[in-house]
Write a protein that binds this ligand. Structure first.
Ligand code: SAH
Length: 367
């Protein structure tokens, strides 16, 4: 059955008009209910006659995502495990801040990049998400939080967005044109797929690019991010320079701080030296979010974090600390899915509460 989420208003108009033999405005009503009022069910489109609703139910599926599990923190951060029509599962996080509301969404089910510290990396790639499945994460979370209008979207959930670029671009356009989210409020985070950074630059969209750097030298980065073997730091930096030159948009380098691994004075000096002459870049540090995957990694102390940041800043590099949200819930990439679907945990209600008891602060948030 055709899924309507992921199609433009014009496409929905054409599909509905042809399938039901109704005037075009009926299709427009469906598209607006979906993208403007975040309706999840044809039956709730009460501005349509009953018989049209019944035929729509027979002929189309409105949205692909269904909520499987949810976990909220006292600050309102809510993590959702969403299931898809083929029973695959992915994560999305709702992040209410003072003055803006952000969602962190997935671009793939699983991820092929196998970063050593990341929970999603351990499961490999199941499949790419379609544009409809990417957009529907925002629609679904917006429908569940009608009191807060989602203003920012970050593609920092499961998956590598630049390995699913055509669907990610289509989803970004839909979020902008149909849902009304500003391109400047959409962030794409990549581990550094160099050729696709160039492709993204060609689109010349005023979105924000975030690059997961995590280490200032190739030996360490290759240990943490296997893709670095293919696209080492100098190539990545050149791609970033070219991206900035073409788009005039700032790039944020994400740096997950792991105690004793990449947070010592040595790495801080190297990072400062690496970035000091780069125009329009900044660093965003994220304290490591403990997972059960890579128990060898630890979160640094606040003192170590402060020292790291001071050293990098002394090179004139802009460095910010990610505002942490969602204490207690396992909100880092892949964690909710892992804890919820762990063998033996399926019968427990909301097992992520239990699994995340030892998890200190959280690290998922908007850039
Ligand atoms: N593949 C993309 C986007 C998904 S991951 C990328 O790598 O950028 C989003 C961010 O979360 C990345 O910077 C990733 O390195 C980071 N991350 C993954 N696991 C984490 C953890 N346990 N604690 C903190 N950050 C983590």
């Amino acid at each position: 059955m055709q899924v309507l989420a992921g199609k433009t208003q014009n496409e929905i108009e054409t599909l509905v008009t042809e399938a039901l033999n109704t005037p075009p405005f009926r299709g427009r009503q469906v598209a607006q209910a979906l993208y403007k009022r975040f309706v999840r069910d044809f039956e709730e489109m009460t501005d349509l006659p009953k018989d049209i609703r019944a035929r729509l139910v027979e002929m189309f599926q409105l949205t692909p995502c269904r909520v499987m599990r949810t976990d909220s923190a006292p600050d309102g951060t809510t993590k959702y495990l969403l299931s898809l029509p083929d029973e695959e599962v992915m994560e999305a996080v709702f992040l209410p801040y003072a003055g803006r509301t952000s969602v962190c969404i997935s671009s793939q089910v699983g991820c092929p990049m196998a970063c050593s510290f990341c929970a999603t990396g351990t499961e490999g790639l199941a499949r790419n998400l379609t544009a409809g499945e990417i957009v529907d994460q925002v629609l679904c979370l917006q429908s569940l939080h009608p009191d807060r209008r989602i203003s920012h979207v970050v593609l920092m959930g499961m998956g590598e967005p630049l390995l699913n670029l055509p669907e990610v671009l289509k989803a970004i356009r839909l979020l902008n044109e149909e849902v009304g989210i500003s391109l400047r409020h959409i962030t794409v985070s990549t581990v550094g797929v160099v050729p696709n950074i160039y492709k993204l630059a060609e689109e010349d969209m005023p979105i924000t690019l975030a690059v997961s750097l995590h280490a200032p030298n190739d030996a360490l980065r290759s240990e943490l991010v296997p893709l670095n073997e293919k696209y080492p730091i100098e190539r990545l930096m050149q791609a970033c320079r070219d991206y900035v030159a073409k788009t005039r948009r700032r790039i944020t380098f994400e740096y997950v701080l792991m105690a004793g691994v990449n947070d010592t004075e040595k790495e801080a000096h190297e990072l400062g030296a690496l970035l000091r002459r780069e125009p329009l870049v900044s660093v965003n540090t994220i304290p490591y979010n403990t997972t059960d995957v890579a128990s060898l990694y630890r979160r640094p102390s606040p003192e170590a974090t402060r020292q790291f940041r001071e050293i990098v800043a002394s090179y004139g590099v802009v460095i910010t600390q990610r505002q942490e949200k969602g204490h207690r819930i396992a909100a880092a990439c892949g964690q909710l899915k892992r804890s919820a679907l762990k063998p033996g945990s399926a019968m427990r209600p909301l097992p992520m509460f239990i699994a995340s008891q030892n998890t200190p602060l959280e690290s998922v948030s908007a850039v």
